[in-house]
Each structure stands twice: as structure tokens, then as C-alpha cells.
Design a protein around this ligand. Structure first.
Ligand code: CP
Length: 311
């Protein structure tokens, strides 16, 4: 299996199932630390730089929590405006990388531009993790996809054999990354997006998923395949609370109680808009807050493997 030590983590493309399974195994071994709210000392002396040039609640805070629980320290840029990248200087990502690699041992970066983490990584002497970059074609959120996969594994005991509905706005970074991750397992994926082509799965993602051998199909809505679906991952299409998602892209308790396959769950990377009803919170269907909490052991595992704290 390819070691992650000293490596950038920029995508779920070009990986293999053994590598993902190993991350999940390490995450599982670290879960007690997160659950008991304690800390290790294995990362003592190591520093994580969280460079978030776009807003975040879960990703930045769970990366930082993960590093603290490993015993390391964190330095952070919490918004573009708080850095020179977002100032009138418009400092380049390359120059930023050449500076920050003198401070931090590993960096997690979020940026609005497609390819921003890759550009940053090309100039960085320390490993870089893509913590969500871009919109549309080429958008990525690989560590969110790890969390999604890990949550499926925890909920069902296995990712193999599961049918996943990915519905809503396919241009969102989480949608493409999750699909790439599912391609390493024996899964079936149904995609559904509204008629408006602006929500469609980008053609390059479709080509990549085909070459990765993902068993997928486009359907008009969840209703068409509800009796087969184990995991619903519905994000958008509404982008704000001022917009309204079409009814067939909204998941609520009534939909789940009348249509869902027994045992089906609803995941969501959060934050939600109207596609995920509040009446699913705390039910046997809604597993998205557990999913958000799984971000800590997954990011602990990733940091520990990349920094070389565990094999
Ligand atoms: N899931 C996710 O990326 O959430 P944040 O935008 O809050 O980091």
C-alpha cells in the first residue's frame, strides 16, 4: 500500500481502496481519543496551518480539533480578508506557500478557485491537504468524501453492496468527491439533478467516473429508485434560504417514512438549506450530525499518516 507520509492529499482520484481502508482503520483506532475528549502527545512539536480563504465551520474546526487531539499545535488564516492573499496586495498562493512552509509542518487549504490547493502544493515543501476548492468542473472536497464513506462504513459495517442516491446540485464540490470515493467500492450510485443543466454533473467528472468503473445511472428523482437506496446524499439545488428546492429534491420525515427502504439513512455535509428538513434531526434516518463528528477521527488519521506519526 502507498504510504501517505510526506504526501499531499489533494484528491480522491488516483488512490486505491487499500489506502482508503487504512485511513478508516486508523480513524477507528483514534476514535476513543475524540469521543473521550482527551488528547495524545504524538504530534507534540508539529504545527498544522489551516489556510481558509473561504468560510467554514466544520472543516476548519475539525481539522484544528484533530491536530489538538493529536497533541500538536495550529496556526490559522480564518478568512481571505485576514491574510495578504485577500488584501490589496493579492499575494499569490505560491508566495504564501513558500512563506508558510517555514512555519507549519502540514497545511489544509480552502479556496474558491478550482485547482487552488494544487497550485499551492506545487510551491510548498510541506504536505498540503485540499480542504475544499472550486465550484463546478474540477471542484473538490476529498476529506469530506472520506468522512462520508467512513460514516457509511460505520452505519452499515461495509461500503460494499450499498446503493447511494446523490441528488441536487452536482456542481457542488462534495458531490464529485463522494462519487470518486464510492468508485473504489462495490456500490451503485444514482444521480438526480433538476432539469436545468446548470445543476448537471460536469462532463469531466462523468468521464472520470466512467474510467474509474463506477456503476452509476442518472434518474429523474429519488422516487424512481427509493426502494433500492441505502444512503441519501442530497445537497441543493437551493443555495440560500431565499431560494426553494423543487419538492422532489427535498428530504423530510414524511418522504422517508413513506418511501425509504428499511434501514436507509440520510447524510449531508452541512450546512443545509431547504433540501434537508429539520424534522429529520434526531430520527433514525438523520445521521448528518454524527457524520460531522466523524470529521475529527478522520482528520486525526489523515494528519497522523501524512505527518508520519503512525504507519
Ligand atoms: N462540510 C463542510 O465542508 O462544512 P464547512 O463548509 O462548514 O467546512
Amino acid at each position: 500500500m502507498d504510504s501517505l507520509k510526506g504526501q499531499h492529499f489533494l484528491s480522491l482520484q488516483g488512490r486505491n481502496r487499500d489506502q482508503l481502508d487504512h485511513i478508516f482503520d486508523v480513524a477507528k483506532s483514534l476514535e476513543p481519543v475524540a469521543q473521550q475528549r482527551t488528547k495524545l502527545e504524538i504530534a507534540s512539536g508539529k504545527i498544522l496551518g489551516t489556510l481558509f480563504f473561504e468560510s467554514s465551520t466544520r472543516t476548519r474546526l475539525s481539522f484544528e480539533t484533530a491536530m489538538h487531539r493529536l497533541g500538536g499545535d495550529v496556526i490559522t488564516v480564518a478568512s481571505a480578508a485576514s491574510s495578504r492573499v485577500g488584501s490589496s496586495y493579492g499575494e499569490t498562493l505560491g508566495d504564501t506557500a513558500r512563506v508558510v512552509d517555514g512555519y507549519a509542518d502540514v497545511v489544509a487549504i480552502r479556496h474558491k478557485a478550482v485547482g487552488a490547493a494544487d497550485e499551492y502544493a506545487r510551491a510548498s515543501r510541506v504536505p498540503v491537504i485540499d480542504a475544499a476548492t472550486g465550484y463546478g468542473d474540477g471542484a473538490k472536497h476529498p476529506t469530506q468524501a472520506l468522512i462520508d464513506l467512513y460514516t457509511i462504513k460505520k452505519e452499515f459495517g461495509s461500503i460494499d453492496g450499498k446503493t447511494v442516491m446523490i441528488s441536487g446540485d452536482m456542481t457542488k464540490r462534495v458531490m464529485q468527491s463522494l462519487a470518486y470515493g464510492l468508485a473504489y467500492y462495490d456500490t451503485k450510485v444514482y444521480f438526480a439533478w433538476p432539469e436545468d443543466e446548470k445543476y448537471r454533473l460536469p462532463a469531466t467528472a462523468e468521464e472520470t467516473l466512467g474510467s474509474m468503473g463506477l456503476d452509476y445511472e442518472r434518474v429523474s428523482s429519488y422516487d424512481q429508485v427509493a426502494d433500492e437506496v441505502d444512503v441519501i446524499y442530497g445537497v441543493g439545488p437551493a443555495l440560500t434560504w431565499d431560494e426553494k428546492s423543487p419538492d422532489e429534491f427535498v428530504y423530510n420525515l414524511a418522504v422517508m417514512e413513506t418511501k425509504a427502504k428499511p434501514g436507509a439513512i440520510v447524510l449531508h455535509p452541512l450546512p443545509r438549506v431547504d433540501e434537508l428538513a429539520f424534522d429529520l434531526d434526531g430520527t433514525r434516518y438523520g445521521r448528518y450530525f454524527e457524520e460531522a463528528h466523524n470529521g475529527v477521527p478522520i482528520r486525526m488519521a489523515l494528519l497522523a499518516l501524512i505527518v508520519g506519526l503512525v504507519e
